[in-house]
Design a protein around this ligand. Structure first.
Ligand SMILES: [Zn+2]
Length: 133
């Protein structure tokens, strides 16, 4: 899966992607391919992670004071996590344990300044203008 994200945020997207696959396989899709709706949900999650003001220090979304998801994708993700969360331990134990540990991390009072993945990406592009994305 190609992604704008790196490190912690990339791992988080992999976790979401794995959960969506488990759910989609059980509810929508008859192959290993995600259905269109689930594909766009993963793409939406990637955009949100890219713009998350907590950047690489982001704790788990569940306790976040910023509600950056719109109502509809938020409800979809909650349904998917409720179904796939327990199943993740069998299918992707490392991602699952990491996700559970992350949920215990406290949230900083205020997001740090200028650490979102998108901001850092744009800075990197600025400092090397000849490089293409
Ligand atoms: Zn689906």
């Amino acid at each position: 899966m190609s992604s704008l994200l790196s490190d912690q945020l990339a791992t988080e997207l992999r976790t979401i992607n794995a959960m969506v696959h488990i759910y989609c396989r059980a509810h929508h899709s008859i192959s290993d391919e995600l259905c269109d709706e689930c594909k766009s949900l993963v793409a939406y999650a990637e955009t949100r992670l890219d713009r998350c003001p907590y950047g690489q220090q982001k704790p788990a979304c569940r306790h976040c004071p910023i509600h950056c998801y719109k109502a509809e994708p938020k409800a979809q993700v909650q349904t998917i996590m409720r179904y796939s969360g327990p199943r993740m331990l069998l299918r992707h134990p490392l991602l699952a344990i990491r996700h559970l540990l992350n949920e215990r991390k406290p949230f900083p009072e205020k997001p740090p300044v200028n650490v979102s993945n998108r901001y850092l990406r744009q800075q990197a592009t600025k400092s090397s203008p000849t490089e293409t994305q």
